[in-house]
Design a protein around this ligand. Structure first.
Ligand SMILES: *Cc1c(COP(=O)(O)O)cnc(C)c1O
Length: 457
């Protein structure tokens, strides 16, 4: 088989500003060893997130120019609506400024004290919106999803037996909605199988619980189904996506992921009653129902992006590029989550820096080392992000200490990815020199964004 090439040519480029290792040491110190506090021009390869960082196509830029900015009834809205109807089959489409705005509207209506929202894994903004309403979020991930080094084809699946017992325990009337996240972002970008969605749907129907899809990476998930699930090898990704959505009663999406847009999102559903309530909230928080929180040009870019992401040459390149980086690291003995997910590579920092205890934040120490060595920006998903304190102010660590390298869509080429692998392998070979960190200042919530740290000598 020949090399899988980037399925695009480059028309417009952005410069990368190079700096030296000595300069990066100073930049990191000035940013208190928190890469969220570094200016993006000081980063050589930015793998902080795949959200809103995609390169738009020439067609999307043309759409931006065509965007109609009428307050009501813009043709850009109707193209947006029609595209989402075609892909999801859902008739009622509500534009929002990003995924969490869709969540805020949905859970303000359905949430409240005493309610439970069940999922394979709720993304952090989703969980935050559920909890803000007074309700509880419940993650029921399958067993294989909880072990980073054990490969399995669909590690994003929901545990259906646990779902049944949860309903028996709490009562279906207290579960206003079940939400399946595709792919499972917080669980390593791992896909959910069609069979699992069907099984969950069956339980939902038996108990009169609506099923929603958090569809941020629906195309990547659909492509994994084509590759890995029996009976789908010869089905188009568009058809697979259509089937996936056909089991759902509604969907939320952030267009900053699989729609290749820099901003945007939507809610889609069948229920007229729920849509009416959503639109009533939309007008006071986002905007008029034919633009939501977006400009007409954003609606155009999203409509075009949603069709482009279903191109199977693109998806082959996309999934392969994550797998390619994972393979290089595995070959060099670097501990990574397996198999490769759809949008990011996850390093297992606990195994990578086994000489650093979890109370000294090995994940963040690794994030800092990757920046210093090669100017690569990644993000810690471990005890800095999710750690809590007990009553004696001792750290209660997160279950896993991961470092996520999220790959922006259509932005970096194979040589950029080769460089990333070289830097990680170099850091791995010199890992004994890396020191742990302690926190000197932190906020009460979402502390990883602003925390200040210093190396432990
Ligand atoms: C990004 C994301 C969201 C939230 O979307 P925003 O556009 O960042 O508000 C929700 N769910 C998942 C799975 C995501 O990846």
């Amino acid at each position: 088989m020949k090399t899988i090439i980037e399925p695009f040519r480059i028309k417009s480029v952005e410069p990368i500003y190079f700096n030296t290792k000595e300069e990066r040491k100073t930049i990191l110190e000035n940013a208190y060893h928190n890469t969220f506090l570094i200016k993006s021009n000081d980063v050589i390869i930015d793998l902080l997130t795949d959200s809103g960082t995609s390169a738009m196509s020439s067609e999307q830029w043309a759409g931006i120019m065509r965007g109609d900015e009428s307050y009501a009834g813009s043709p850009s809205f109707f193209r947006f609506e029609e595209t989402i109807r075609q892909i999801t089959g859902m008739p009622l489409v509500i534009p929002t400024h990003q995924g969490r705005a869709s969540e805020k509207i949905l859970f303000s209506i359905l949430g409240g004290k005493g309610k439970y929202f069940v999922s394979n894994t709720l993304f952090d903004t989703t969980r935050a919106n559920i909890e803000f309403s007074g309700a509880e979020g419940v993650d029921l991930l399958c067993e294989e999803g909880k072990h980073p080094s054990i490969p399995a084809p669909f590690k994003g699946n929901m545990d259906t037996a646990a779902f049944k017992s949860f309903i028996a325990e709490k009562g279906a009337e207290n579960i206003p909605l079940c939400m399946i996240t595709v792919t499972n972002n917080s669980g390593g970008g791992q896909p959910v199988s069609m069979q699992n969605i069907k099984d969950v749907k069956k339980i939902c129907v038996e108990n009169n619980i609506p099923l929603f899809i958090d569809a941020c990476r629906f195309a990547e998930n659909s492509y994994f189904i084509k590759l890995r699930e029996e009976g789908y090898a010869n089905v188009s990704v568009r058809e697979i996506a259509k089937e996936l959505f056909s089991y759902a009663d509604g969907s939320t999406m952030s267009a900053k992921k699989d729609a290749f847009a820099n901003i945007g999102g939507f809610l889609a559903m069948y229920s007229e009653d729920l849509a009416l309530k959503c639109r009533n909230l939309l007008v006071i928080t986002e905007g008029f129902p034919t633009y939501g929180g977006l400009a007409g040009r954003d609606l155009e870019a999203i409509a075009i992006g949603l069709n482009e992401v279903l191109d199977e040459n693109y998806l082959q390149y996309r999934i392969r590029s994550i797998e390619y980086l994972t393979e290089k690291l595995v070959k060099a003995g670097v501990p990574v989550m397996q198999p490769a997910g759809g949008h990011a590579v996850y390093l297992d920092a606990k195994a990578f820096l086994s000489h650093i205890t979890v109370t000294q934040y090995p994940g963040q120490a690794l994030v800092c080392a990757l920046y210093t060595e090669g100017g690569i920006r990644s993000v810690e998903i471990g005890s800095l992000m999710f750690g809590k304190y007990d009553e004696n102010q001792n750290l209660v660590p997160a279950a896993l200490e991961l470092v996520r390298l999220a790959i922006p869509r259509r932005v970096y080429t194979q040589s950029h990815i080769d460089y990333v692998a070289e830097v990680i392998i170099e850091v791995f070979q010199n890992k004994a020199t890396i020191k742990g960190l302690s926190i000197t200042e932190e906020a009460a919530i979402l502390r990883h964004f602003t925390a200040k740290l210093k190396p432990i000598q």
